[in-house]
Design a protein around this ligand. Structure first.
Ligand code: AMP
Ligand code: GLY
Length: 426
């Protein structure tokens, strides 16, 4: 099978890395890829959000399967355009990707389907949105409806913060067209978990739970980021809680099918484990980043045929096999991230880290400079990923490897999977 992976980050490096171990994959391509991906796949330049350019590249490359990593091309209709040309695509159509592309759409679907979620309303009017904040008792979460690269959500513990966030979205248009509608919802409390399932449009087959660390600083302090590290599995989630989670994804897939927009691809539910049970915070139409970097190394079932089965509606009741070893990924970020940061800084120690036991270093934001050296090119630069006999061992390995990689200003959280490793030992 000739497989093309669309994307340029750590998630796509993990996808390419796992596909490269699949004997069914005879040729591996990426668009645009990155220097880490280039060690495993033939990379072709293309802009991730340019559907027409991607389609002509696919026409030229003629893959048997296209695996789309990021949400932007999916929400933009890349899967639709490729279907129209008879190409097999792992990733939902634009109307199915609305589960991520419009939070108002997702909330409506959750409510219609009776799936537990925070109480909410969608507004294009400032006064009505504020009235709803009052109805919620002055504590709320304010979300731009559309895609805002993880920056469109404000957790507002008091009324004034909520009003600032509503105005920033609806009046100042801080998120442009993504913020013409604002979703205001009840502020929930509890630990979060990411749930991934595979769907072929008919059913959701559970993949894995994992946990991301979204805040920039240790102890969950500082601003939200795209994710500073992850681990899987999540030992603190008991069997009863997990058993309550998967039917929510299955009902979502059933509702999408019943409404004429079958969902095919990875369905990612971000959940909060509240005192009243798990509730869905949001859906994403793709693998999480950096969650994919800890889920894919544990996947024992070969992925190419699995992804193709999703794309062609033939998933049936496939059982997916997993390796026992837990995985931990530590994101090494540029100094300043998630604020402004410098790029083009040479990275040292990549080979040494990659040679350590149990370690794979996924490239998230790197480039090659004119001299062919790997340099920084993004906020999240590397995902130092380890497997081990226990979460504690995986964690120790990941941190030992992270410490051996250097670039100016490099920083990472010191507490990725710390609580989980602690609980595991208890
Ligand atoms: P989302 O993009 O909807 O997942 O929101 C990003 C982050 O905001 C989540 O991971 C949570 O940490 C937080 N968040 C979102 N919705 C809520 C909510 N209803 N209550 C509390 N925190 C929330
Ligand atoms: N790590 C969270 C996300 O990919 O949305």
């Amino acid at each position: 099978m000739r497989v093309l992976v669309v994307g340029a980050g750590g998630r796509e490096h993990a996808l390419v890395w796992r596909l490269a171990q699949d004997p069914a994959v005879t040729s591996l391509l990426a668009a645009p890829g990155n220097p880490g991906i280039a060690e495993l796949a033939e990379c072709h330049p293309a802009a991730i959000d340019d559907v027409a350019q991607m389609v002509s590249l696919v026409d030229h490359l003629r893959p048997d399967l296209v695996v789309v990593g990021p949400e932007l091309p999916l929400v933009g209709g890349l899967a639709d355009a490729l279907h129209a040309r008879g190409v097999v695509v792992f990733g939902p159509t634009a109307s199915a990707a609305r589960l991520e592309g419009s939070k108002a759409f997702a909330k409506d679907l959750l409510q219609r389907s009776g799936i537990p979620t925070a109480r909410s309303g969608s507004f294009d009017d400032v006064e009505k949105a504020i009235a709803f904040v009052d109805e919620l008792g002055g504590r709320a979460v304010v979300k731009a409806d559309g895609l805002a690269a993880g920056k469109g959500v404000v957790v507002a513990p008091d009324r004034d913060d909520a009003i600032v966030a509503i105005r920033s979205c609806l009046v100042e248009r801080s998120f442009g067209a993504a913020g013409t509608v604002v979703v205001v919802e009840e502020l929930l409390e509890g630990p979060e978990v990411s749930a991934f399932a595979l769907s072929d449009g008919e059913r959701a087959v559970p993949l894995s739970l994992s946990r991301d660390h979204k805040r920039a600083g240790d102890g969950d302090t500082g601003p939200n980021t795209g994710g500073m590290g992850a681990y899987a599995p999540v030992p603190s989630v008991d069997a009863a809680t997990e058993a309550a989670i998967w039917p929510m994804l299955d009902r979502t897939v059933a509702a999408m099918g019943a409404e004429g927009t079958p969902y095919r691809g990875v369905l990612f539910a971000g959940l909060m484990l509240t005192a009243d049970g798990p509730k869905v915070l949001e859906f994403n139409c793709r693998f999480g980043d950096p969650e994919a970097q800890v889920v894919l190394p544990r996947l024992a079932t070969d992925p190419a045929e699995l992804f193709r089965a999703c794309a062609t509606g033939l998933l049936q009741d496939r059982r997916i096999r997993w390796r026992d070893e837990p995985a931990v990924s530590v994101v090494v970020a540029s100094g300043g991230y998630p604020g402004p940061y410098e790029v083009g800084l040479p990275i040292e120690g990549l080979h040494e880290a990659g040679a350590m036991e149990g370690i794979t270093v996924f490239h998230a934001g790197t480039a090659l400079d004119d001299a062919g050296r790997v340099v920084t090119a993004g906020g999240r630069v590397l995902d130092v990923t380890a497997t081990g006999a226990t979460l504690r061992e995986a964690r120790d390995r990941a941190y030992r490897a992270a410490a051996s990689i250097t670039f100016e200003g490099a920083r990472y959280r010191r507490d990725i999977a710390a609580d989980a490793a602690e609980e595991e030992g208890a």
